[in-house]
Design a protein around this ligand. Structure first.
Ligand SMILES: [Zn+2]
Length: 111
């Protein structure tokens, strides 16, 4: 089982200290958000994520793009369905369809 939080909540045996590790991680994330009251840093992170659906010419998929010679093809390196990592809870992070790029929950599978 890779969903450690669910395992902990279900009372299943998990690696000792995982609950403490997850709590520390969540506190770290919360602290990072609170330390940036003007949210400049958070906006930069969000912009970076949203840029992942742009073609190499900077246009979002479907927008007119001279470089793509018509509608932008979007990010050819990370097509929808491409796994790109895991959350702290072990859920897969997968590139969603471009229509769902602005929805954080669309990037995570198995929640
Ligand atoms: Zn393009």
């Amino acid at each position: 089982m890779t969903n450690y939080r669910a395992a902990i909540e279900a009372g299943l045996p998990v690696e000792p200290g995982w609950d403490k590790t997850l709590d520390a991680y969540e506190a770290q994330v919360t602290s990072a958000v609170l330390r940036s009251p003007d949210a400049v840093h958070n906006r930069a992170l969000a912009r970076l994520l949203l840029d992942l659906h742009r073609c190499e010419h900077g246009r979002t998929k479907g927008d007119p793009c001279f470089g793509c010679k018509g509608a932008s093809a979007g990010n050819r390196l990370l097509s929808p369905g491409t796994p790109i990592g895991y959350t702290v809870h072990g859920h897969r992070i997968v590139v969603p369809p471009w229509e769902d790029h602005n929805e954080p929950e669309a990037w995570v599978q198995g929640v």
